[in-house]
Design a protein around this ligand. Structure first.
Ligand SMILES: Cc1ncc(COP(=O)(O)O)c(C=O)c1O
Length: 401
């Protein structure tokens, strides 16, 4: 029995437990072992020619094409991504973003990019792609009519989404925008790191390619860097080709760590989402807090679209302070004892980051939400949420209002 995307009908929690296990690759071990090796020796010249001429996955070729540890991870990610035919792994999330865009765009093409995209993604449009002769425009995630006009005016080859967007967490209407883009023959890509395929089935909501930083939820333990892109057959093949051309490969050690993290990702995400909601609710009621930018919070900006389109969330959200001091977010971060100040998110430990979104916007009122007030982003980990609330309470209490 299989679903319309050819996958078995098991629920995600069951799929994620068994996905990517192939006895013909790794024997009967439960978790794929670390399989090192650059060079594979062929039985004969005839076998070498047969493998080298082929383009199918899961065959020993040379270390740069990976080995069972990487194949198992890629296959597991494909199995839990509704609508995917295959997944390409990259050495970081940013490498995945570059790999996706370079697979699609050619000199003379136009790229439409969401204005609240992760800053290095924006820099790719304004830097690397510009140098290669690709032009770009940024669009406001909350302006559907403006988006439609821009698509008609610019005839883009590709549209890049990220939802919720970085730092200010706006949720855009991906199905509506993707259908406008596709009608204009643009390729639709999304950075789906926040929700992962478990929380937002991007390919089933109109995207052609879904990309993730695996350094976040999949790794889950703040000890590896990796990215991925999953797609249906046509775009998967384009991604794979460009990745081979660029010589992209991930280490087997990191692939084994990511595969281990993947097994517990669903329960970690569920716990972090539950804790984030409790903390967001508490923050909303605090006198020092102006606005909580957390789409999983009922009544918060983006919640209605999140509820309509998503099946899960994560522990990442932001909040805006009322403080008259424009730099109050730094002292707040310093006053927190349980939240480390650091980049990244999605690990088991909570983090805080003062944010300045107005530096990373081109067309939106920056920041769209909260005005030009100090703000921080929290990544809620697996600590007891009541301890995190107590920490936030003491830190907020130290702010001069
Ligand atoms: C939304 C988003 N996408 C992509 C990335 C890049 O991933 P990586 O750090 O693995 O290169 C990040 C990193 O913070 C991110 O926040």
């Amino acid at each position: 029995m299989s679903t319309s995307d050819g996958k078995d009908p098991l629920r995600p929690g069951t799929r994620i437990t068994h996905a990517g296990r192939r006895p013909e690759w790794t024997g009967r071990v439960v978790n794929p072992p670390v399989w090192r090796g650059s060079t594979h020796l062929y039985e004969s010249e005839a076998e070498r020619k047969a493998v080298t001429n082929g383009t199918s996955d899961g065959q020993f070729f040379y270390g740069r094409r990976g080995a069972p540890t990487q194949w198992a991870l890629a296959e597991a990610l494909t199995e839990i991504e509704p609508g995917a035919f295959g997944t390409v792994l990259y050495p970081s999330g940013v490498a995945a973003i570059a790999g996706c865009l370079l697979a699609i765009l050619r000199p003379g093409d136009h790229l439409l990019m969401i204005d609240n995209a992760y800053d290095p993604t924006r820099n790719m449009a304004t830097g690397l792609l510009k140098r290669l002769g690709v032009t770009h425009s940024f669009f406001d995630p909350l302006d559907l009519a403006g988006f439609e006009n821009l698509v008609a005016e610019k005839a883009p080859r590709a549209v890049w989404f990220e939802s919720p967007g970085s730092l200010t967490m706006e949720v855009c209407d991906v199905p509506a925008m993707a259908s406008i883009a596709r009608a204009a023959k643009a390729v639709t890509l999304i950075d789906n790191t926040w929700a992962s395929g478990l929380g937002f089935a991007a390919l089933n909501h109109g995207c052609d390619i879904t990309m993730q930083s695996l350094s976040k939820h999949v790794g889950g333990h703040s000890d590896l860097m990796m990215g991925s892109a999953s797609a249906g057959e046509r775009w998967y093949k384009a991604l794979r080709r460009t990745s081979h051309e660029l010589g992209q490969v991930v280490s087997p050690d990191d692939a084994a760590l990511a595969a281990r993290g993947l097994r517990t990702m669903k329960i970690r995400l569920e716990q972090e989402t539950k804790s984030a909601l409790k903390i967001a609710r508490w923050l909303e009621a605090q006198a020092q807090v102006d606005e909580v930018l957390c789409p999983i919070l009922p009544g918060a900006p983006g919640h209605d679209l999140w509820k309509r389109d998503f099946t899960g969330g994560c522990g990442l959200f932001s909040f805006v302070l009322k403080s008259a001091s424009s730099d109050a977010s730094g002292p707040l971060a310093d006053a927190l004892k349980l939240f480390g100040i650091g980049y990244s998110w999605g690990g088991f430990e909570s983090l805080v980051l003062p944010i300045y979104p107005d530096k990373h916007r081109s067309v939106m009122n920056a920041p769209t939400q909260g005005g030009a007030k100090p703000a921080v982003r929290l990544s809620i980990g697996l600590e007891d949420p009541d301890d995190l609330i107590a920490d936030l309470e003491q830190a907020l209490g130290q702010l001069d209002n």
